[in-house]
Unconditional design. Sequence first.
Length: 227
Amino acid sequence: MAPKVKIPAIIECHSESTLRDELELTRASLSLAETEETWETISNALQRVISLSKGGACEYPTTLTSCIRSMYRPISSAAASERSRLSAAAIDCVTALAMGLGPSFDSLIPLFIPTLLSLCSRPNKVFISRAKAALQTIIDQTQLISLLPFFVGALRDKSTTLRLIAIEGVLACVQCFNPPDLEKDARARDIENAIRLTATDPSADVRKISRGVFDAYKILLPSRVQR
């Protein structure tokens, strides 16, 4: 096993060239195959990304998102790891990026949101809790309408827990996103599909949240309710 390495909580990053150099240093470690001997090295690399995001890396969103897109597979793989500490580090990494980038996180949504949603269908409550908290933070911090279709897509899953978290995600989007974004036809249809998919769900909890979505929808888009 690699020797324990203390990663600074903040790694200062004041230029794009510094950011590129720092991320290149993490790339090799992130790309290691996960084993008993390597997982802590991978975790340390994830912590470096977190520390960079807190130290100014998010001031260069184009460079940062481009680099992260090229490394998203090992980050997602770590998030899905059965090793709880490694998974936590990867989820914290994604969360830190969302918090730092805000709306500039948009290009990373299709890369990381499916993984976080898949974790919500696991039997382990610790994994579910972490993933759910990350999703809520991403909703709050990015306010990105592109999240909505991913939550709606998850409503067809056989996992009751995932369906509940997904419809809660839809409700959070409807309640806090910019109304003009939600009023666009494609997004309005996403909301309507979410209501249809969950109105008669076998789970009473899912149906309860679905009613909340419908109530919010009636206020947001009264003209479409009359159709």
